[in-house]
Design a protein around this ligand. Structure first.
Ligand code: ADP
Length: 318
């Protein structure tokens, strides 16, 4: 019995020793696993740090790409603008040289006659000085339009508004056109309300608008037909109608007459000098004053161009 018990105790001792060994091994394995888990956690933290850095760089890259495409688009736009300006310059140069030749030839001819006759008879003197003067006016109108066009195209229409009397501006424009009207036997009638027509605007620019409208009305009128300038005014605006009994403008051309370089069909414009710039420039000037310009026309009956200008002048920049 004692032997049996002793054997049992020894067996328990061995089992206990074996368990202790197993427990130690397990503990060391757990320790190792813990260490691995800590290592893994550190790697995971590293990984997410890298991941968010990558995400950030991705976003930076997307922003850079968008920036770059924006820059490419604006460069393309600029290149197109330069090409457009270049075309405009060539067209303008061709028009300038062509349109200046006729009045300059007339001026030269008139001066040659005056120089050849010494002294010229009074009626010859009056006639040829008249021709020279009228053509100088034409050259000045053309150059004024060319300069204004270049400014408009550069986005600097350059209105210098001040207090003015529109009746005086109209009288000046009509006065400049009297020579051409007389030559074409076109009467120029002005119907304005009595007294001044005060408004805020740029007198030189507005005079060039009315010179362009009167130039068209006179040059498209048949001999002997009247051109009538009629003015209506109220407290807020002044409206000027320039009416002629010319050929009229075909309905399909009406929406285009204010386009740059637009000239009507050769049937109407062949014998009439022009650049296709006057109305385009006039519209830009009227709009810069906060006003409106339009036309009503009937084939065979004539055209009426109407300009409405607000009394208070150009709108204030916001
Ligand atoms: P331009 O008179 O130098 O040709 P504008 O810009 O002043 O240029 O006019 C553009 C076109 O509009 C003219 O070529 C013509 O066809 C038409 N037009 C303008 N005014 C009149 C008018 N009073 N009567 C008939 N056609 C006109």
């Amino acid at each position: 019995m004692t032997d049996t018990l002793q054997t049992l105790v020894q067996a328990f001792d061995r089992m206990a020793a074996a368990y202790e060994l197993m427990a130690r091994r397990l503990a060391s394995q757990i320790e190792q696993l813990e260490a691995e888990r800590t290592g893994l956690r550190a790697q995971l933290a590293d990984f997410s740090r890298h991941q968010s850095a990558l995400l950030q760089s991705n976003q930076d890259l997307a922003r850079l790409t968008a920036d770059l495409s924006g820059q490419v688009a604006s460069l393309q736009h600029r290149a197109e603008e330069v090409t457009r300006q270049d075309q405009l310059k060539s067209e303008l140069l061709a028009t300038v040289s062509h349109e200046l030749r006729t009045p300059l030839t007339s001026i030269k001819g008139a001066l040659s006659v005056l120089l050849a006759e010494d002294p010229p008879a009074p009626e010859v003197r009056a006639e040829f000085l008249g021709i020279a003067h009228q053509n100088v006016e034409r050259v000045m109108r053309l150059i004024g339009n060319f300069l204004n066009l270049t400014r408009i195209e550069a986005g600097q229409i350059g209105i210098t508004p001040r207090s003015l009397d529109l009746a005086e501006v109209l009288a000046a424009a009509v006065g400049r056109m009297r020579g051409l009207a007389a030559e074409r036997r076109v009467s120029l009638d002005v119907e304005t309300p009595p007294g001044p027509l005060p408004l805020t605007g740029d007198p030189e620019m507005l005079e060039s608008v009315f010179s362009n409208l009167l130039d068209n009305a006179v040059k498209f009128s048949p001999e002997g037909a009247p051109v009538i300038v009629r003015v209506e005014a109220d407290v807020r605006a002044v409206t000027v109608h320039v009416r002629d009994r010319g050929p009229g403008i075909p309905p399909e051309e009406v929406p285009r007459v204010f386009e740059r370089f637009f000239r009507g069909s050769p049937a109407v414009t062949r014998r009439v000098p022009g650049t296709g710039l006057g109305l385009h420039i006039s519209k830009a000037i009227v709009q810069a004053h906060g006003g409106r310009i339009g036309v009503e026309s009937r084939i065979g009956e004539g055209s009426t161009f109407t300009v409405t200008l607000p009394r208070e002048g150009p709108p204030q920049p916001a």
